[in-house]
Design a binder for this molecule. Structure first.
Ligand SMILES: Nc1ncnc2c1ncn2[C@@H]1O[C@H](COP(=O)(O)OP(=O)(O)OP(=O)(O)O)[C@@H](O)[C@H]1O
Ligand SMILES: [Mg+2]
Length: 228
């Protein structure tokens, strides 16, 4: 497919949403067309499922049923939003994707083979070209989230934020393990420093991974002027 698909993963408050906005602007400075999307959600159908999942309304289904809802949302998101954008040649920056299901539902005890089946069905072959894992200790991430909820209208923690630190700690380990197992597509970025530091690390990783696609048009035209 002509586009580029980058996913961001990591725990609550790692800085995923913050860095996605910054990376979008960076890619646009190269003249790229960029869309930002998120999971669960990212398409009208999937957003309906999102509100059920994050309000806890689907908790009664149990972890297996809940995983199915995540898969249903992902299938719609892939078909309606991600795939058409990649076919157009856009850069797609996605805030959480299949790795979050592996980690969150995996940590909740859902069988790995079952999760793999759901993932295969949901993504229909659409694997990310690159996954940026922003890694932070849960205490740092959670304290940022607590501060964020004081200042925004989100009305307190969602179903996945309101959990014991030990659970967040296990998820962090699972993300890191996954990043090592699939190192060919993962970059781990230290999210515990300030936003600018993380941004530089993200930029460096993206420039390395897609160097051929990210030619600085300004520099290129200056260079050709010199040659003329
Ligand atoms: N490196 C950083 N240092 C300090 N604060 C940060 C940093 N990155 C983000 N923040 C702030 O911390 C809060 C959480 O960041 P952000 O929303 O980007 O995290 P997230 O990974 O998207 O979290 P969630 O999983 O809850 O969506 C925000 O208020 C943001 O402004
Ligand atoms: Mg976010």
């Amino acid at each position: 497919m002509p586009g580029h698909f980058i996913t961001f993963e990591g725990g609550e408050g790692a800085g995923k949403s913050t860095q996605i906005v910054r990376l979008k602007a960076f890619l646009e400075s190269f003249g790229k067309s960029v869309i930002v999307t998120r999971e669960p959600g990212g398409s009208p159908g999937a957003e309906k499922i999102r509100s059920m999942l994050l309000s806890g309304g689907a908790k009664d289904l149990g972890p297996r049923g809940e995983a199915m809802l995540f898969a249903a949302a992902r299938a719609d998101h892939v078909d309606v939003t991600i795939k058409p954008a990649l076919e157009r040649g856009d850069w797609v920056l996605c805030d959480r994707y299949a790795d979050s299901t592996r980690v969150y539902q995996g940590e909740a005890g859902v069988d790995q083979d079952y999760l793999k089946l759901l993932e295969t069905a949901a993504i229909a072959g659409l694997h990310p070209d690159m996954t940026i894992l922003i890694d932070v200790p849960p205490e740092i991430g959670l304290s940022r989230v607590a501060k964020r909820s004081e200042s925004d209208e989100s009305g307190g923690p969602d179903r996945f934020e309101d959990e014991a630190v030990a659970v967040h700690e296990r998820r962090r380990k699972l993300f890191l393990q996954l990043a090592l197992e699939e190192a060919y597509r993962f970059t781990i970025v230290d999210g515990s420093r300030d936003e600018d530091f993380t941004e530089q690390a993200v930029r460096k990783a993206v420039l390395e991974a897609f160097s051929g696609d990210l030619v600085d048009m300004g520099k290129l035209s200056q260079r050709s002027e010199v040659h003329l």
